[in-house]
Ligand binder design. Structure first.
Ligand code: UDP
Ligand code: MG
Length: 344
């Protein structure tokens, strides 16, 4: 890809008009693959056909082989051999879907980057609509499922999960949205600056800001193989989603602590009243015992809550997310040529 020799910020008037037609914009695809030997060839054929409709753009296909145990890697090598735009990152073991996406995002060089599944559940044709949305000014365009052809169980759990997450998380994560999306260079660089280990990529993207638009689509069936997200993996992803974006569970402990302490005080009062006004009913030693048990219980719960508050802060600190991200700098002044980017 030819990059202009002069940084656009310092280019003379009209430089854009001269250079832009020469340089086709590059769109990268990040394609995580785990045990997809039977479907991947068909996927690549459909993707190549879809992207061929836009000769005015350049494309690159970054396949990330996430430690597949079947023949996926061999098939991918064949694809890379016959298709000059394709390359394969072969991870040393299975790191999981979210890490595979991250590896691909780090490798992609495009002006826009599209992440999609390689089982044809995200139709390649829809990715062309994401590109149209990008060209119309969106910085992030995400596929939002209008319908999905999955098992009833998967549909039900997914439906419930997205709504629970929506309630709990401290940011607005759009419902029925997976990892099928396009991001422009600026937002991709900001996402790449997030290096936390327990990653819930779609939540991170939602928290970035930028101009985001939803592109509705109908999610298809898997062409071959079976889901690589069995229930335990799905639960883990779900837990990552909630704990990455919410300290609500910790706050619940604090509330519980306050409630127990209040109840303990009432209990203590009751024990004292009984001791003073109805001494003949109370068993000897009962008052002291009640006071001690209730007092300790309340104090312990409250202490847990206080510790929880600090743990919550430590947690957000160790995530070490970028503190802010600049979307655009207006006016030149003395800004550094690379101001506004937060690439790692
Ligand atoms: N995948 C991956 N690593 C994994 C599991 C899945 O790279 O450990 C890929 C998989 O090849 C597919 C995408 O992630 O392209 C989504 O996985 P899957 O279709 O199994 O999930 P589902 O659509 O059932 O939620
Ligand atoms: Mg799938």
């Amino acid at each position: 890809m030819a990059t202009p020799a002069i940084h656009p910020d310092y280019a003379p008037e009209g430089f854009d008009q001269v250079v832009e037609p020469l340089r086709r914009r590059l769109v990268s695809y990040v394609l995580p693959v785990y045990n997809e030997q039977d479907g991947i060839r068909e996927f690549h054929r459909r993707l190549a056909a879809a992207t061929a409709t836009r000769p005015d753009l350049e494309f690159e296909f970054v396949y990330v082989n996430d430690g597949s145990r079947d023949r996926s890697l061999e098939v991918l090598e064949e694809i890379a051999e016959s298709c000059p735009e394709a390359r394969v990152l072969d991870l040393s073991r299975n790191f999981g879907h979210q890490m595979a996406i991250t590896a691909g995002l780090d490798d992609a060089r495009g002006d826009a980057v599209i992440v999609m599944d390689t089982d044809l559940q995200d139709p390649p044709e829809v990715s062309m609509e994401l590109i149209t949305a990008w060209e119309a000014g969106a910085q992030i365009a995400y596929g939002q499922r209008r319908t999905r052809k999955d098992t009833a169980m998967k549909r039900l759990t997914a439906h419930a999960y997205y709504r629970i997450l929506h309630r709990f998380a401290e940011i607005d994560i759009p419902v029925d949205t997976g990892d099928f999306r396009l991001m422009d260079r600026a937002s991709t660089d900001v996402l790449r600056a997030h290096r936390e280990r327990n990653r819930f990529v779609r939540g991170l993207v939602a928290s970035l800001g930028f101009q985001q638009v939803a592109v509705p689509f109908d999610r298809d069936e898997r062409v071959a193989g079976s889901t690589n997200y069995p229930l335990p993996k799905m639960l883990r992803l779900a837990a990552d989603g909630v704990t990455s974006f919410s300290t609500v569970p910790l706050k619940i402990i604090t509330r519980l602590g306050l409630m127990t302490t209040a109840l303990a005080l009432l209990g203590i009062l009751y024990a004292l009243v009984m001791r003073v006004f109805l001494p003949e009913v109370s068993v000897p030693g009962w008052t002291l015992l009640m006071i001690m048990v209730l007092f300790l219980g309340g104090v312990q719960m409250l202490s847990l809550g206080v510790i929880g508050a600090y743990v919550g802060r430590i947690y957000t600190e160790v995530q070490a997310r970028p503190l802010y991200s600049v979307q655009r700098v207006v006016g030149r002044g003395h800004a550094r040529p690379d101001a506004g980017t937060t690439a790692p």
